[in-house]
Design a protein around this ligand. Structure first.
Ligand SMILES: *Cc1c(COP(=O)(O)O)cnc(C)c1O
Length: 735
């Protein structure tokens, strides 16, 4: 560790070349198992960049479509498991091999292009962020691709989109997270409508992940860092997943040298046990900074995406203090480098710990900051001197960051109100929490056929200017017939896949074959989707709130069909109840025929749903939806939003130039009254407005007015609510 280098640059070079060697070794060992023509696939496999290229997935699928499916889209597993026949066939397919080579050439050029130095963060020379002092993005979960099961919902999807955009925009950014071994569960719904979980064991060595080696060892030994947790030195190794140009470093304590309880720290995402949870936060924050340091990376900026990693800045301060810096000054210096994004106005999302819990897990960490325990605990309190207040990770995040933000305009207001007590001298408006509205990554979330249609008319490369309104003003150049054709095809594809899955799942659940088969999804029928994390505030139960009205709607003159999906956190009773409320009505007239509940909502199912549904519902209890992003994905695909005016929709909905439908978002102090009112608004809109409009066709069968709404929605949402605009806002206003 204490090795000396001539210059800092020498050290950086050694570390960088060691990173390249790690990757090259993994690629070479995979390539050795393949016919030489397919060697390029081994290179493609170790960088998720293929996953947001329109041709990427189809190249891997072509090798062995069935195995591609059974590997869950994991390219390393596919190449390792494909039969020699399939590999030989692919090797002889010259078109495939040349397409793969050309994709790799494009990706390689992208990876080697210089970092964009014109980004806003360079504007302030004191805060310049260079390649060796990158932005370090910290998050507890990442949804990069369905084959990397280390996410649970919206926070992870946002983080994944953020990294992809940082790569596209060539921003100097590295990311830090945890490699959960049993991070992901499969959802089954039983005959009582109760969610059952079965946890998947994932083997990182079969993922597109490379173990980071110790640059200072001669034999490429894995890098090991240690973090003091519960009085023990817990060891962690570091996996690297390449997300285009962005390296994602994932810490992993599943090592033989560790005690079983310490190996469990990276067992499960959002584990229920509080001590383990806190241990995860120590690993992510303190361990994350140590891992970066061991890899020669001194972050120019720390972005805490949620409070989970908020011990990280303190670890940086600790290092300075160990070298003689004054505690207050060291914390202040680190604070100047740290930014914090809060994502949730729901109390359960802002977890807190008792002093005893903090002391037990953190041990001497406060002492190493030269802080007595009370001063340390005050860093996690809303009011610094109320000694019986528990320690909150969000409060800590706010205390150790220079700037903080919510994730939509409305959430900014909510967060300022929520955390005003932290700033007793300020009025709500003066509370230093701003907002950056979330956005989604266009190449990831716009379906291939829609991207192809636009590329066909606009030429390639428009995705790189997705936040430019002029790009979307060209929508008028897309003929109605073509746009409608893409919509029809997307619905057809969704209905076929959802029907197949839902009937299968009914049979597995134990339904009688007659009932299972009674599902009759129709590719021409108005298709309404509601897929969310199942949790009480998302109010999926509004759908069944007035059963008579729902049944009338299903039996009405204008046929509709509804697709529902979503997982509840295993310990979220309210979420499980919401799911059950939809399952228990399944034998009511027409319900079995027209409503499909789909298990295992994940990135892949989400992409299918947001592209194929005609209407995308969101029914949060205001003001609890911080942003929401799935409606943005829907809009990119020409699906229309019908949503409560909360989160992002409160700033996207345009009553004057309608781009969807809205349910009032004011906060009613009587939740039951609010549910009654909102449910009746929902049924009313669907019955009186939405379905008549959908079925109002011209002589060639095209719904002219519906298409007008689609154009308005795509135009207004796509430019504003995409990840490029979001990243630019962070670069210009936050970092
Ligand atoms: C986009 C997405 C989410 C977030 O959706 P919300 O609109 O915030 O509810 C959650 N899960 C998956 C799988 C997603 O793709």
């Amino acid at each position: 560790m204490a090795e000396q280098f001539e210059t800092e640059a020498d050290r950086q070079d050694l570390v960088k070349s060691s990173r390249r060697e790690d990757l090259a070794r993994a690629q070479a060992s995979l390539a050795m198992k393949l016919p030489p023509e397919l060697g390029v696939f081994a290179r493609l496999a170790y960088n998720y960049r293929w996953s947001w290229h329109v041709d990427g997935p189809s190249l891997f699928r072509a090798i062995d479509p069935v195995r591609w499916q059974s590997c869950g889209g994991n390219p390393v597993a596919l190449l390792e498991e494909a039969s020699s026949e399939a590999l030989a066939r692919a090797a002889n397919d010259q078109e495939l091999v040349s397409a793969a080579n050309s994709l790799w050439a494009q990706i390689e050029a992208e990876l080697e292009a210089p970092t964009d130095t014109s980004t806003g963060i360079q504007a302030d020379p004191d805060r310049a962020c260079t390649v060796n002092n990158p932005i370090a993005f910290f998050c507890a979960e990442y949804a990069i691709h369905e084959s990397l099961p280390i996410y649970s919902g919206g926070l992870g999807v946002l983080a994944g989109d953020f990294l992809k955009q940082a790569s596209d925009s060539r921003v100097p950014l590295v990311a830090v997270g945890l490699m959960y071994h049993k991070g992901y569960f499969r959802q089954r719904i039983d005959m009582d409508g109760v969610q059952q979980e079965s946890w998947l064991e994932s083997d990182p060595s079969r993922l597109p992940a490379v173990l980071v080696s110790d640059a200072h060892s001669s034999g490429a030994d894995p890098l090991r860092i240690s973090v003091p947790i519960c009085g023990r030195e817990v060891l962690a190794q570091v996996w690297r997943v390449d997300v285009g140009r962005v390296p994602l470093y994932l810490l992993d304590t599943d090592l033989e040298e560790n005690l079983a309880v310490d190996r469990w720290i990276t067992g499960r995402l959002y584990v229920g046990d509080r001590t383990t949870r806190l241990a995860q936060y120590m690993l992510l924050g303190v361990g994350g900074i140590r891992a970066l340091h061991a890899m020669g990376i001194d972050p120019g900026r720390i972005h805490l995406n949620e409070g989970h990693a908020a011990f990280g800045p303190l670890e940086l301060a600790r290092r300075a203090i160990a070298q003689g810096a004054d505690t207050n000054q060291a914390i202040e210096d680190v604070r100047q480098r740290t930014v914090f994004t809060t994502h949730t106005p729901v109390p359960a999302g802002n977890d807190t710990y008792l002093p005893g819990e903090i002391s037990a897990v953190l041990g001497d960490f406060p002492k190493e900051l030269c802080l007595d325990i009370d001063t340390f605990l005050a860093l996690g309190r809303t009011s610094r001197d109320s000694s019986n207040e528990p320690f909150g990770m969000t409060q800590l995040g706010l205390h150790v960051s220079r700037t903080a933000n919510g994730v939509s305009r409305r959430h900014g207001v909510v967060a300022r109100t929520m955390w005003q007590d932290l700033f007793p001298k300020l009025t709500v408006d003066q509370v230093p929490i701003t907002h950056v509205t979330n956005g989604v990554h266009v190449p990831t979330w716009m379906s291939e056929p829609m991207q192809q249609l636009l590329t066909h008319k606009w030429g390639s490369g428009w995705q790189a200017n997705a936040s430019d309104a002029n790009v979307w003003s060209q929508l008028d150049s897309i003929p109605d017939e073509d746009l409608w054709q893409v919509r029809q095809n997307a619905r057809r594809k969704l209905v076929a896949e959802a029907g197949r899955r839902a009937i299968n799942e009914r049979l597995i659940r134990g339904e009688k074959p007659d009932y299972a088969e009674s599902l009759d999804l129709d590719p021409a029928v108005l298709t309404i989707g509601i897929a969310r994390r199942m949790t009480a505030y998302k109010r999926l139960s509004l759908l069944t709130h007035d059963l008579d009205q729902l049944l009338q709607l299903l039996a009405g003159d204008h046929p509709i069909q509804i697709l529902v999906a979503g997982k509840a956190h295993p310990e979220d009773i309210g979420g499980k109840d919401a799911l059950q409320s939809i399952v228990t009505i399944r034998y009511e007239p027409n319900v079995g025929r027209t409503i499909a509940v789909l298990e295992d909502y994940d990135l892949e199912l989400a992409a299918l749903l947001v592209s194929g549904c005609d209407v995308w519902l969101n029914l949060p209890r205001p003001p609890l939806e911080a942003s929401g992003t799935s409606g943005m994905k829907a809009a990119l695909n020409g699906s229309l939003n019908l949503s409560v005016l909360d989160g992002w929709w409160a700033e996207a909905f345009d009553a004057e130039n309608p781009n969807g439908w809205a349910i009032e978002g004011d906060v009613n102090s009587d939740p039951v009254g609010q549910d009654n009112r909102d449910a009746s608004a929902l049924y009313g809109l669907l019955h009186d407005t939405v379905s008549p409009l959908f079925y109002d066709r011209d002589s060639s069968g095209i719904p002219q007015d519906w298409l007008k709404l689609i154009r308005a929605s795509m135009r207004s949402v796509s430019a504003q609510f995409n990840a490029q605009r979001m990243l630019d806002d962070y670069l210009n206003n936050i970092y």
